[in-house]
Write a new protein. Structure first.
Length: 294
């Protein structure tokens, strides 16, 4: 199935930046691009207010013209792009979550028409980051400079979610022809343990970090023999802090998700949540694609 790259468009600068990056990704992967606009009733609902009207609100002409303008502009700037547009009755977050069931990738901006100063809970980007059914790329505002030749950064912790994130990160680094940085972060030693006990624990933790990084690097090198791979073991107060700081020199940071078990609000771990909100570069959330209905 030729799954499309999907971008949410509401006319805001952030969404236009996301659409432009989505177009570039679609061309690079030889995929179609689908521009989606989730529209609401003027009073904020995606369904009619009249209980006797069993239909749904009609797509607006204004939004259709906006989508067509964006599609035409992207086609001009990205030769070979195949693009379609769609309006969906309902909130933009819910619309994009539903479209993600049939997408290869969903691209969304970190700030929409509402002007949120980040991915606050309930924002479109936040909903996609939590509940997407395929990988989700969260892009930063256009005015925020990104080192395009910087490495792709991914954390390694031995979990299944991190392993899938490493695979996606390796694919992205190979496409971009940049270095892949595998990072494992451990906390500094604490407590009043005897020196020999602390030294033994530290040695064991370093060995564990080296093994985790070595296994991940070997798998990546087997799949991408020519890829530059760096293994980096760090000691920091938290993985969030270390990876957020490292993201300032990266072109992309890839984070895992917890999958679909447990509470609906806990689909992302704390590290992934922090990076989605505070990384200095675009963030790719590694949701495993789900089988499409068609």
């Amino acid at each position: 199935m030729n799954r499309p790259v999907v971008a949410g468009v509401d006319g805001s600068p952030s969404s236009l930046t996301a659409a432009d990056q989505a177009a570039a990704v679609a061309v690079a992967r030889s995929r179609p691009l689908l521009l989606v606009h989730g529209y609401l009733h003027p009073l904020g609902y995606g369904v009619p207010l009249n209980p006797y009207d069993l239909g749904v609100p009609a797509p607006t002409e204004e939004a259709e013209k906006m989508l067509e303008r964006v599609a035409a502009d992207l086609t001009d700037r990205h030769p070979g792009l195949r693009v379609a547009v769609r309006q969906v009755a309902g909130g933009p977050g819910a619309a994009l979550v539903e479209e993600s069931r049939r997408a290869e990738l969903v691209v969304v901006g970190s700030r929409g028409v509402g002007g949120f100063a980040g991915l606050l809970l309930g924002s479109v980007g936040g909903q996609l980051a939590q509940h997407g059914h395929c990988p989700v790329l969260v892009v930063r505002p256009e005015e925020q400079p990104i080192p395009v030749d910087g490495p792709v950064l991914v954390g390694v912790d031995g979990s299944d979610a991190a392993a899938y994130a490493v695979d996606l990160a390796a694919d992205e680094a190979a496409r971009r022809d940049v270095e892949l940085v595998l990072t494992h972060v451990r906390a500094p030693e604490r407590g009043a343990a005897a020196p020999e006990v602390a030294a033994e624990a530290s040695t064991a933790e370093r060995a564990e970090a080296a093994e985790l990084l070595g296994v991940a690097a070997a798998r990546v090198r087997a799949a991408h023999p020519g890829l530059r791979v760096t293994e980096r073991a760090e000691v920091a107060a938290s993985p969030e802090t270390a990876l957020r700081e490292a993201s300032a020199q990266a072109s992309l940071v890839v984070v895992g998700s917890r999958g679909r078990g447990g509470f609906a609000g806990m689909l992302l771990g704390s590290v992934s949540q922090a990076l989605v909100q505070h990384a200095h570069c675009p963030v790719l959330i590694a949701h495993r694609p789900e089988p499409a209905d068609d």
